[in-house]
Design a binder for this molecule. Structure first.
Ligand SMILES: C[S@@+](CC[C@H](N)C(=O)[O-])C[C@H]1O[C@@H](n2cnc3c(N)ncnc32)[C@H](O)[C@@H]1O
Length: 208
């Protein structure tokens, strides 16, 4: 099975901290305060679940659906969380989302980078269909900066995850182009590490 993060799950956060310090957490939490208090939120591929506490600690009182393909990641999320009663955990992929349900906010943090280009296109269309017209999509990920040191780090990371998680993706896609393609434009943007990591808020062009 491709994109299987079970093996790496117990050490994922530790490794991220060794390589990136607090930056990966900082980028993923940057736009949490813009989420409306009573929103219906979907987090795809949330990993070990630390972000659940961060979201609720902003004062969030809405509903959260948390979808994770890795059994190990989802069990860590359930163990780590203090707000589990307010979370609908789904062990599965985008195809496991309840039909007809739409969300005010979708969060994809370091999630879109696991897919091959063809699958990414499909996943993004599927998710955009789940977003309310006036909803927001928060995406944090890596981006190409052209710097040699960044290219080297990205190459090493993709290689590492191809071995440990059978990563489907071969290289980093330009996510901004992909959002444009599905009719979403960037309304806010934040970067760290000289642009290597970004967090952006996207809105549907239909809502403008
Ligand atoms: C690179 S990790 C990022 C985890 C987390 N967002 C973070 O930044 O700490 C990608 C996560 O997406 C999950 N994943 C991969 N494909 C998925 C899919 N189709 N649906 C749901 N989760 C998926 C993996 O199990 C993994 O936990």
């Amino acid at each position: 099975m491709k994109n299987n993060f079970n093996l790496i799950a117990p050490v994922y956060d530790g490794l991220a901290k060794v390589v990136f310090g607090k930056k990966l957490k900082q980028i993923q939490t940057h736009f949490l305060p813009v989420i409306p208090e009573n929103a219906n939120v979907l987090i795809m591929g949330g990993g070990t679940g630390w972000i659940i506490n961060e979201l609720f600690n902003t004062g969030f009182k809405g509903k959260l659906t948390y979808v994770e393909a890795s059994e190990k990641m989802i069990s860590l999320s359930k163990k780590n969380g203090s707000f589990n009663d307010s979370v609908h955990f789904i062990h599965g992929e985008e195809s496991a989302l309840p039909t007809e349900r739409k969300y005010d906010v979708i969060i994809t943090n370091f999630f879109l980078d696991v897919f091959s280009e063809a699958r990414l296109d499909e996943v993004m269309v599927q998710l955009s269909e789940r977003l309310n017209n006036d909803g927001i999509w928060i995406c944090s990920d890596f981006q190409n900066t052209g710097r040699f040191s960044h290219q080297l780090l990205l190459w090493l990371m993709f290689k590492f995850f191809r071995v440990t998680a059978k990563l489907e993706s071969r290289s980093l896609m330009n996510f901004e182009h992909k959002f444009k393609k599905i009719g979403h434009s960037k309304s806010e943007n934040f970067t760290l590490m000289n642009g290597l990591i970004f967090s952006s808020v996207y809105t549907s062009e239909q809502s403008l």
